[in-house]
Design a protein around this ligand. Structure first.
Ligand SMILES: Nc1ncnc2c1[nH]c(=O)n2[C@H]1C[C@H](O)[C@@H](COP(=O)(O)OP(=O)(O)OP(=O)(O)O)O1
Length: 168
């Protein structure tokens, strides 16, 4: 964390992640392409110009899984900094409200798993640190330094309330 002035940090991209919960189950994806292609993650992706993070979350769930999510609860904020200079600011939502049946698309394969059997070994290295907080409904903000797929450092702070919407 030492070399980064997080107070001046400006991301290259903004993105979202969405976790749909249904009883003891969570809806994940096997991501086919893009950043993290080949990994298991939640549906999500980069924010389009002029789009809010919530609009992005809804659009990405439709594009990647064909489902319509609603009543999104914004709980987490990630600042991912890669040592090659790339950076991405990611907003994490959860919901238990969705319509439609998740289907495979050219971007993702749906993957329902029990919340006590999340395949962290197939996910980004950071996920096991913060996804349990999403399941518990705990708000947080977190900073991460990555070299490619390897997590070098991190700092996670629990929040009393959800992080605010992005201002950049
Ligand atoms: N470290 C880590 N853990 C968990 N999730 C992520 C990371 N780093 C990440 O970037 N992500 C997430 C954040 C986003 O949901 C995706 C990256 O966006 P991407 O899928 O590349 O964006 P799209 O808009 O869907 O894809 P393109 O159309 O740009 O190819 O990963």
């Amino acid at each position: 964390m030492a070399d980064i002035d997080w107070s001046r940090w400006t991301p290259v991209d903004r993105a979202t992640l969405v976790f749909v919960l249904s009883g003891d189950d969570i809806l994940l994806i096997e991501k086919k392409r893009g950043l993290g292609g080949g990994k298991v993650n939640g549906p999500g992706g980069k924010v389009d110009p002029g789009e809010s993070v919530e609009q992005c979350a809804i659009r990405e769930c439709k594009e990647e899984l064909g489902i319509d999510v609603s009543e999104l609860e914004q709980l987490g904020e990630h600042r991912f900094q890669f040592v090659d200079g790339y950076s991405i600011h990611c907003w994490v939502f959860r919901t238990s409200k969705w319509g439609g049946e998740p289907v495979e698309t050219d971007e993702a394969v749906p993957l329902w798993r029990r919340t006590d059997a999340i395949p962290y070994e197939r996910m980004w290295e950071d996920d096991h640190i913060w996804l349990p907080l999403i399941l518990e409904g705990k708000a947080f903000t977190a900073d991460w330094i990555f070299e490619d797929d390897t997590m070098l450092d991190h700092r996670l702070t629990l929040l009393a309330q959800a992080p605010g919407a992005p201002t950049e």
